[in-house]
Write a protein of this length. Structure first.
Length: 201
């Protein structure tokens, strides 16, 4: 027969001693974990630094890593961040406009919103997306994000790679490009024609 203190319906608390301490410890640990959840733009080395559930990634190409979300949609980024499109143009060189409309290399990422440089961590500045060849993908405008300042374009850049050329020999001084060879031959720089070496036979 059971003694009264061994009863399955004991009137004492089921959470006594060590069980109560374990529950308190778990509650405190969960509260601390929620309070330390990384935000978009935080530093990282691997994606699990940004999220244990896999909904964020670590962009290790950025200095110190950058917690972000890939393939975002307008209005779909977490609080204090906005969606930014990268690769919307094929080249930052003036005069290079894509002949086929949108770039096939466009990608979108969530980036930390900011109002001034002091809102960003070290090495990052508060920039408009257009300042680093990107486009804000939000319904609102005027948002700035924490980003690495871009390197300036080299002076004297040419847009020939974008607009193409005839890939032929340029015109000689005083002449025109059409004087270079006849009948499928090519001209020489000294003014002679291909095949001028005498007659065969």
């Amino acid at each position: 027969m059971l003694r009264s203190d061994d009863s399955a319906f004991s009137t004492g608390s089921p959470f006594s001693g060590w069980a109560l301490r374990a529950i308190c410890l778990a509650t405190v640990t969960a509260a601390l974990a929620l309070g330390c959840t990384p935000k978009i733009g935080d530093d990282c080395t691997v994606s699990t630094n940004c999220s244990s559930t896999g909904d964020r990634i670590c962009d290790v190409t950025q200095p110190g890593g950058y917690c972000t979300t890939f393939n975002c949609e307008p209005g779909g980024c977490p609080e204090d961040s906005v969606c930014v499109n990268f690769g919307t143009s094929l080249s930052p060189v003036p005069g290079c406009t894509p002949s086929q409309g949108n770039s096939p290399y466009k990608r979108s990422f969530c980036m930390a919103s900011c109002g001034e440089d002091s809102d960003c961590r070290g090495g990052y500045r508060c920039l408009a997306p257009t300042e680093f060849n990107a486009v804000l993908a939000e319904h609102s405008s005027g948002n700035k994000v924490c980003a690495v300042p871009p390197n300036p374009l080299p002076t004297g850049t040419s847009n020939q790679v974008c607009i193409g050329s005839d890939a032929g020999v340029g015109p000689a001084e005083g002449g025109s490009a059409s004087t270079a060879g006849a009948g499928g031959g090519s001209g020489t720089a000294e003014g002679g024609a291909a095949g001028d070496g005498g007659s065969g036979g």
